[in-house]
Design a protein. Structure first.
Length: 95
C-alpha cells in the first residue's frame, strides 16, 4: 500500500507527514525501495554499484571518497573493480 502497488481497503499511511494517498510525490521523497534481487549485480563493479546508489541517495560530499571509505570499512576494497558474479562473492546484505 505504501508504494501504491496495491490499493488499500481502508486507512492511509504517512511518510514525513505526507499521505501516500493524497500527497504521494511528497511522501515518496521519503521512501526507498531495495529489491532483494538486484538486476545490476552482473553489470556493475562494487565501486560502480556504490557510486550509482550514492548518487541516487544524494550522498553529501564527494561520492568517490565515500565509496572508497565504504569499501575499506567493509573489507571489500580488493573487489572494487570486480565485475563478475558479485552475488557469489559479496554476502547477501553486505553490498
Amino acid at each position: 500500500m505504501v508504494t501504491r502497488a496495491v490499493a488499500p481497503t481502508s486507512g492511509d499511511a504517512a511518510l514525513g507527514g505526507a499521505s501516500v494517498l493524497t500527497r504521494f510525490p511528497a511522501a515518496a521523497r521519503r521512501l526507498g525501495v531495495v529489491n532483494q534481487q538486484n538486476t545490476l549485480w552482473d553489470a556493475l563493479s562494487c565501486r560502480a554499484h556504490l557510486e550509482l546508489f550514492g548518487r541516487l541517495r544524494l550522498v553529501p560530499g564527494k561520492v568517490a571518497e565515500a565509496v572508497a571509505e565504504t569499501l575499506e570499512r567493509v573489507e571489500l576494497a580488493q573487489l572494487r573493480a570486480a565485475q563478475v558474479e558479485l552475488t557469489h562473492v559479496v554476502p547477501e546484505g553486505v553490498a
